[in-house]
Design a protein around this ligand. Sequence first.
Ligand SMILES: NC(=O)c1ccc[n+]([C@@H]2O[C@H](COP(=O)([O-])OP(=O)(O)OC[C@H]3O[C@@H](n4cnc5c(N)ncnc54)[C@H](O)[C@@H]3O)[C@@H](O)[C@H]2O)c1
Length: 364
Amino acid sequence: MNKLKVGVVGAGSISNMHLDAYANNAAVELYAICDVNRERAEEKAGKYGISNVYSDLQAFLANPEIEAVSICTWNHSHAEISIAAIEAGKHVLCEKPLCQTVEQALEVQTAVQRSSKVFQVGFVRRYGNTTQMLRRFIEAGDLGEIYYAKASYLRRLGNPGGWFADKKRSGGGPLIDLGVHAIDICWYLMGKPKVLSVSGNTYSKLGNRANVKHLSYYQAADYDAKHNDVEDLANALIRFENGASLMVDVSFTLHAIKNDGTISIFGTKGGAQVEPELQIATEKHDIMLNLIPQADTLTFDFKSGFQNEIDHFVRCCQGNDVTLSPVEDGVELMKIICAVYESAFTGKEIRFEQDKEALKAAKA
Ligand SMILES: NC(=O)c1ccc[n+]([C@@H]2O[C@H](COP(=O)([O-])OP(=O)(O)OC[C@H]3O[C@@H](n4cnc5c(N)ncnc54)[C@H](O)[C@@H]3O)[C@@H](O)[C@H]2O)c1
């Protein structure tokens, strides 16, 4: 069987996870790499034995041999590169977030719907082994109706700086970076209900706290302590048309005692803590039980999460599967994220009544 020829755009930190996973997939040939920073592209090409190196995106996309593309660039270029890659006839796996605005998201969706190619959004947490374990319980009805979810990714000190702290390139701070994962994993496990309203707050109170000593954190390659124009905390209450609700808070920095990564969903027959460790709460014979799966890992593991995501993408490109994270889900997430920013800016709840009316009309 012919191998799928893959090209990767953006040769920075997350590209390592994509490149490793493609290199481990026997059905793939890592064929090309592109970065505006040619040195970075060449370094990765050397490491992974990739023979075609580009610093010009148009030339990369014009290569007809490349069948599938991973987009691992900064957020502000996701929409433009996605559309160009789809129009050049490539299958696309685009890192999260899909883009920066709802308008861009809809443009990407239109391009995808016009093409016959696979488009997958990099909602990697959906592909975690613990997520997929929990899906089996949810699909069997063991949790009943899921009516509430709560997600916190709170970093005490963790603004990575560089492009993450540059609103033009990132689109925002912890909300668009960590919040996308937190909201998506809850929304996916809740069965992807349609959003009804969003009320949110963002705060820029603490800056990047580059002054702090004796506590280390991840810094982007282009870290510059002087530049930071993104929020340091965001929170939101999201209501869905089926009556379910989701509470989320995410921070790059906060006067918190420790970092917190907690994701929980709650249903009428059972609940689950997804992170930090998978556990299922339920009731049997009038006794409340906590169920702990006997599994290799009970927490989200990056390596296997990315491997599962990329193996799934490759199967989809071969026509053997349908993507678990389609462009339409990327659009819904952008609607929620942008509504949190808009609500925080205006001080008002954002309602999606028009969508609800359209839904009613479509059902009638
Ligand atoms: N799924 C996850 O858990 C996860 C984790 C980290 C980052 N990400 C996402 O991955 C993306 C990249 O993040 P990163 O941390 O790897 O950033 P990075 O700065 O380490 O790497 C990005 C690379 O893209 C290159 N680039 C930027 N614009 C380009 C363009 N138009 N054409 C070609 N190359 C371009 C840059 O030169 C850089 O080398 C972001 O969208 C981020 O949200 C996802």
